[in-house]
Design a protein around this ligand. Structure first.
Ligand code: BV8
Length: 236
């Protein structure tokens, strides 16, 4: 296969073996929290302290977990593949960056960033966030929210993502249930343009599995390194 560009979409399943919960597995986040209360702008307006506590708990987990072999394999692919490898993640954890991925877009935002509703500044924030905190740019108190895309909000970097999907030779979907749009629609977007190879690597068939030309099922820490090895071996 010519060294075409590759677009990779990841979801919570790629971070599961690092110790972070997924959303829709039986022991997942939505089994313990109401999506409407903690992942919508309405929920934040209704009870900001509840939403801050939800994300503070998840932000506190970041220093306690590490990238797993799947994250590391994707960073190796970006390093060794002759064409562009764009990694689009729905995840808000920092494991891809810590594994070494750099051509990386967090379409649902990042746990380690906050945004000021008063001045629009986006800043790194690794500790707990509360309504008592002040924006480091404009000093307004109580104007900070997680820089995370909630349901009903527009995902980040969409024009760049769609342009990369239009021109890629391989679309790889890893560790996502294919239930949240527009990410779940990326495979259809690629198929309508005809020629790219589409592959799903997931623990079990996702909702969109039938849309992929190829599917590989198993834990990401095993199937992703093996798939990356195959791709790089195919360079001849
Ligand atoms: C948008 C950030 C318009 C928060 C998230 C009514 C009103 C408003 C909107 C809608 C509506 N109806 C539908 C919509 C659209 C809505 C949507 O899709 N809703 C769903 C529920 C039907 N989408 C939106 O609102 C989006 N915005 O549409 O704006 C627009 C669109 C296009 C262009 C312009 C404007 C915004 C969605 C973003 C919401 N924010 N997260 C947070 O993280 O706290 S979504 C949340 O779900 C996470 O980001 C997560 O990543 C994402 C998807 O979940 P997955 O990652 O797939 O995780 P999941 O648990 O579901 O699956 C894990 C998979 O891994 C499983 O398949 C499992 O088998 C597998 N797995 C498990 N272990 C392993 C494994 N695989 C491999 N190895 C393992 N070891």
């Amino acid at each position: 296969m010519r060294a075409e560009s590759i677009v990779i979409l990841t979801g919570a399943g790629i971070s599961k073996e690092s110790g972070l919960d997924t959303f829709r597995d039986a022991d997942g986040i939505w089994a313990r929290h109401s999506l409407e209360d903690v992942a919508t702008p309405e929920g934040f307006a209704r009870d900001p302290d509840l939403v801050h506590a939800f994300y503070n708990d998840r932000r506190r987990q970041l220093p306690t977990v590490d990238p797993n072999p799947a994250h590391v394999a994707l960073a190796r692919l970006e390093r060794d593949w002759p064409g562009r490898v764009l990694l689009v993640t729905q995840n808000i954890d920092d494991l891809h960056r810590r594994a070494g991925s750099r051509d990386l877009l967090h379409m649902h935002g990042e746990l380690s960033k906050v945004r000021c509703l008063a001045c629009g500044a986006i800043m790194q924030w690794i500790g707990d966030l509360s309504a008592r905190d002040a924006c480091t740019a404009c000093a307004t108190v109580g104007s900070l929210r997680p820089h995370i895309v909630w349901f009903g909000e527009v995902p980040l970097h969409m024009p760049e993502i769609l342009a990369a999907l239009d021109s890629c030779g391989l679309f790889l979907s890893i560790g996502t249930s294919g239930t949240v749009y527009p990410a779940a629609g990326f495979v259809s977007h690629v198929r309508t343009r005809g020629r790219a190879r589409t592959v799903e690597l997931n623990l079990e068939p996702s909702h969109g599995a039938s849309l992929f030309a190829e599917t590989v099922h198993g834990p990401a820490s095993q199937v992703v390194p093996a798939f990356v090895d195959e791709l790089l071996a195919g360079l001849g």
